[in-house]
Design a protein around this ligand. Structure first.
Ligand SMILES: Cc1ncc(COP(=O)(O)O)c(C=O)c1O
Length: 446
C-alpha cells in the first residue's frame, strides 16, 4: 500500500514563505543520488557507472585493504558500538586516538567528538563565553550554526568579509566589542579549496588577546608540516594547516575532521589539556550524545598507523593526480576558484544558469562531481566542484581531463571579464599584507 501524498495546502504555504530554498530543488542527476553499487572509487547509479569525484575520502582509507582487514578484530573485541556517552565511559581506543592526534598535530592534548557539527555547536559557545565571535563570511555552514548557538548564550556575532584582514583588524582595533573574542574561520575552505592567511589571522588574534578557532576539516590529512625531503608540496604527515604554515598554537584552537581524509565518523579539537578537561563538562555532546561506532574508531587508529607508514606516499599520489587536472585547467585557460593546488577544484561556468545541464552532461560522460549552483556559491562561482582522492585512478583523471577538453566552451575562461578577481593559482608572489614571516604556500609560486 502506498502512502497518500500530504494535503497540498501547508506545503504550498511553506513553499511561498521559503521560495529561495524551494528553488534549490535539484533538476539534474548529480545530487541526492542513490548509489546502487560501488567498486573502488567507481559508483553505479541505475545503469550508469561513474568515476566518483565528489568524495572527501582524500587518502582513500575507506578502500584501503590493510585498514579494512584490521576492522573485524576491533569489532570482535568491542562490539559494534559503545553506547555510553563519553562522560560515562569510553573504550581505551579513544585515549589512544586522542594521544596520537595530539602528538601528530603537536598540541598538548586532543578531544574527539562524533562530528565537527557537534564541536561547533557546543565548543564555540563555551569559548565565546558571552563575548564576541568574529566570523569569516565564507566559513562552513556549521560554523555559522555554532556562532548562532554562541549568540543564544549571549555572545555577539560579527561577520567579516571573506579573508578581509583589514576589516577584521579595524573591528578589533575599534575595541568596542565584548570580550573574550573568538575569530572563527575555515582552514582549507570546503568550497574553494584555498587557504586563509592564517599567519596574519594568528597575529591579530594574539595582538588582541582573542582565540583563533580554525576548522581545518579538509586540510587535516592532506597538508602538513614542510620538510626539505617532502615528497609533495602538500608537506609531510598531514598534520593540518597550523603545522603546514609553521604557525604555533598560541591562541589557536584547531578543529580537524576524521570524516574526510580518515574516512571515519569522528572529529577532534587540538587543545591544551586544561581546555579539554573544561570541555568534558561544558560541551553537551561529551555529556549527552552517543559516541562514534567501533568501526570508525578502528579506522582512525589504523589510519593513523598507515599515515605514519605511507601517508606521504599517498599524499604524493593525491597531489600528482590533482595536478594533472589543474594543469589541464591552466592549459585550457579556464577560470578556476582553486589557487592552492589542493584537491578541491571548483570550475565556474560561462553561463551560471546552465548548472543542471552541465551536471547531466558530466553524468553522461561517467563523471560524478558536486554541482555548485547559485545561491549555494556566489553567482560568479556557479559551476561544479571536483574532489580528488588518492583512490581515483589515472583512468578517472583521463576521463575527467577529456571531459574538460570536450566541454571547455561551457566553462568560463580566464580572459572573460567575469573571471574571478583573485590572483590565479601559483601567481600570488607577494603577500597581501606586510609581514616579517615568509608566507608558506601549499605550492610555491612558479
Ligand atoms: C569545513 C567543514 N566543517 C564542518 C563540516 C561538517 O563536518 P561533520 O560532518 O563532521 O559535522 C564539514 C563537512 O563537510 C566541512 O566541510
Amino acid at each position: 500500500m502506498t502512502t497518500p501524498p500530504p494535503s497540498a495546502d501547508w506545503l504550498a504555504r511553506w513553499r511561498e514563505t521559503n521560495s529561495d530554498i524551494a528553488r534549490l530543488s535539484f533538476t539534474h542527476r548529480m545530487a541526492d543520488a542513490v548509489i546502487d553499487e560501488q567498486r573502488g572509487r567507481d559508483i553505479r547509479i541505475g545503469d550508469q557507472w561513474l568515476a566518483d569525484f565528489a568524495s572527501c575520502n582524500y587518502l582513500g582509507f575507506d578502500l584501503d585493504q590493510e585498514i579494512l582487514d584490521a576492522i573485524p578484530e576491533y569489532l570482535a573485541k568491542w562490539g559494534s558500538h559503545p553506547s555510553w556517552s563519553r562522560i560515562i565511559a569510553s573504550p581505551v581506543l579513544y585515549e589512544q586516538i586522542e594521544e596520537q592526534l595530539a602528538e601528530l598535530c603537536g598540541t598538548e592534548d586532543a578531544l574527539t567528538l562524533p562530528t565537527i557539527t557537534h564541536i561547533h555547536f557546543s565548543v564555540l559557545p563555551v569559548l565565546a563565553a558571552g563575548g564576541t565571535v568574529f566570523l569569516d563570511s565564507r566559513s562552513h555552514k556549521t560554523l555559522f550554526d555554532g556562532a548562532t548557538a554562541a549568540k543564544a548564550t549571549g555572545a555577539d556575532v560579527k561577520t567579516i568579509g571573506h579573508n578581509n584582514l583589514d576589516r577584521l583588524q579595524a573591528r578589533l582595533e575599534a575595541g568596542d566589542w565584548k570580550r573574550p573574542g573568538v575569530i572563527a574561520l575555515d582552514g582549507v575552505n570546503s568550497m574553494t579549496g584555498n587557504l586563509p592567511d592564517l599567519v596574519e589571522y594568528a597575529r591579530l588574534a594574539r595582538e588582541h588577546d582573542a582565540i583563533l578557532y580554525v576548522d581545518d576539516a579538509h586540510g587535516f590529512g592532506v597538508i602538513g608540516e614542510r620538510d626539505p625531503d617532502e615528497l609533495s608540496p602538500y608537506g609531510t604527515r598531514g598534520n593540518a594547516i597550523v603545522r603546514h604554515l609553521g604557525e604555533s598554537y598560541d591562541n589557536v584552537v584547531l578543529i580537524g575532521a576524521l570524516s574526510k581524509a580518515y574516512s571515519s565518523l569522528m572529529a577532534f579539537l587540538a587543545v591544551p589539556t586544561e581546555l579539554k578537561t573544561l570541555l568534558k563538562s561544558t560541551a553537551p555532546p561529551y555529556v549527552y550524545s552517543g559516541p562514534s561506532p567501533v568501526a570508525s574508531l578502528a579506522t582512525v587508529l589504523e589510519g593513523l598507523r598507515v599515515n605514519r607508514e605511507r601517508g606521504d606516499e599517498i599524499r604524493k599520489v593525491l597531489h600528482d593526480r590533482t595536478k594533472r587536472i589543474l594543469d589541464t585547467i591552466d592549459e585550457l585557460s579556464l577560470d578556476a576558484v582553486n589557487d592552492s593546488g589542493l584537491p578541491i577544484i571548483q570550475v565556474p561556468l560561462a553561463d551560471p544558469d546552465r548548472v543542471s545541464e552541465v551536471g547531466d552532461m558530466l553524468f553522461e560522460r561517467g563523471l560524478y562531481v558536486t554541482m555548485c549552483p547559485y545561491p549555494i556559491v556566489p553567482r560568479r562561482e556557479a559551476g561544479f566542484r571536483i574532489q580528488v582522492t588518492a583512490a581515483n585512478g589515472e583512468e578517472h583523471i583521463d576521463r575527467l581531463v577529456s571531459a574538460l577538453h570536450e566541454l571547455q566552451d561551457l566553462f568560463r575562461r580566464r580572459d572573460d571579464p567575469q573571471a574571478l578577481a583573485h590572483p590565479k593559482r601559483f601567481a600570488r608572489t607577494t603577500p597581501r599584507r606586510p609581514t616579517d614571516r615568509a608566507r608558506s604556500r601549499v605550492i610555491p609560486p612558479r
